[in-house]
Write a protein of this length. Structure first.
Length: 135
């Protein structure tokens, strides 16, 4: 593959387009979610975490907030996220959502099957993933 084909594919992603450098033999890239956000770390170094969360039917998260935004990608099941001052958000398999920083929230599996999601978190090094709110 020529360098110009790779650069074309990368440039297309930067503007939100989906492209392929060739009809076969190349990765096909698809933007799942794109959103401008605030509150990302500004230090010289950042820590990137990829986590998997599993909630059985009836499970919930403690009331908490995050110091930096969290990207959620739903793998299976359904997840209801209640964020202070907002309408509940219901996520299903294949959905993505950006949890805003510093907003108290609680998540629930109110469905009948196991919920699994991938969580992507960029923070200052050694910052906790979540801060509990209340007791």
């Amino acid at each position: 593959m020529q360098d110009s084909q790779v650069q074309d594919a990368i440039s297309a992603l930067e503007v939100g387009a989906t492209t392929s450098a060739a009809t076969t033999g190349m990765a096909k890239l698809k933007v799942l979610h794109r959103e401008v956000t605030r509150g990302l770390p500004k230090s010289d170094a950042q820590e990137i975490r990829v986590l998997v969360a599993t909630l059985e039917p009836g499970d919930h998260t403690p009331r908490h907030s995050h110091r930096f935004p969290v990207t959620v990608f739903m793998i299976s099941g359904q997840f209801t996220l209640e964020l202070d001052g907002r309408e509940p958000v219901i996520l299903s398999k294949g959905d993505t959502f950006i949890e805003p920083s510093l907003v108290p929230m609680t998540g629930y599996n109110r469905g009948q099957e196991t919920t699994t999601m991938a969580l992507f978190y960029v923070s200052d090094p050694d910052v906790p993933f979540a801060d509990a709110i209340g007791a």
